[in-house]
Design a protein around this ligand. Structure first.
Ligand code: AMP
Length: 221
């Protein structure tokens, strides 16, 4: 259960593709009772549902490039409008550009909120590539890694028994593009939030529980 003082915080998980934002964000959300909002998951859901937005996003996602800012901001705005206004939120994979961060400030201001904390998960590129190559996702949203966090039965979700998916954008070529896009478009957010005193660095390498403990400390500190 979430402690009363935890209510209403807005937290951003920042970090390279493959650093563990999804795995850690889902867990943190579960532990604190906060919403975990992943724009990647929202886009994949739109794609699965066959919406116009999903179809438009697909070509960017498959290429490892960023979906245009206005599309993403509309998606997030709509999603937040459907949520309880005082619930804690963990953003995972959003914002990914400075214009998205500025738009998020505006959206939050309309409901009297602002970003409380930004946790930067860090890891070397070699670790990231292995993490991404080994990643398998369950339709339930749970993410496994064949090297670091395998399911009990190879290829199937522990929770639902569904077959695990190897995302098209987790293939090596696309991964290289995604890392380059991160450095160019997303890494400037480190300075953006650092200048506001909101940034906490978290070592993303190591045992999942250990990282979670460190992350939780950073978010609540
Ligand atoms: P993710 O699951 O967060 O790695 O996102 C998968 C893909 O969705 C990314 O490679 C982008 O193509 C797209 N995407 C997700 N979030 C964003 C965002 N905030 N801005 C632009 N594109 C995004």
């Amino acid at each position: 259960m979430a402690a009363p003082s935890d209510n209403g915080k807005v937290v951003i998980l920042l970090g390279s593709p493959g650093v563990g934002k999804g795995t850690q964000g889902i867990r943190l959300g579960r532990e604190l009772g906060w919403a975990h909002v992943s724009t990647g998951d929202l886009l994949r859901a739109a794609l699965k549902a066959g919406t116009a937005l999903g179809l438009e996003a697909r070509r960017y996602m498959d290429a490892g490039e960023l979906v245009p800012d206005d599309v993403i901001v509309d998606l997030v705005r709509e999603h937040l409008a459907g949520m309880e206004q005082d619930r804690g939120v963990i953003f995972d994979g959003f914002p990914r550009t400075v214009p998205q961060a500025e738009a998020l400030d505006d959206v939050l201001a309309t409901v009297g909120r602002s970003v409380d904390r930004v946790a930067l998960l860090e890891a070397d590129d070699a670790v990231l590539v292995k993490r991404i190559a080994g990643r398998r996702s369950s339709p339930s949203g749970r993410v496994y890694n064949v090297y670091f966090d395998p399911p009990r039965r190879d290829g199937f979700c522990d929770d639902t028994g569904e077959p695990l998916i190897h995302r098209a954008d987790d293939r090596p070529d696309t991964v290289r593009t995604r890392l380059a896009v991160y450095r160019e478009a997303t890494a400037p957010l480190i300075g953006f939030y650092g200048a506001r005193g909101l940034l906490a660095r978290v070592d993303g390498v190591g045992d999942i529980d250990q990282v979670q403990t460190e992350l939780r400390g950073a978010v609540q500190g």
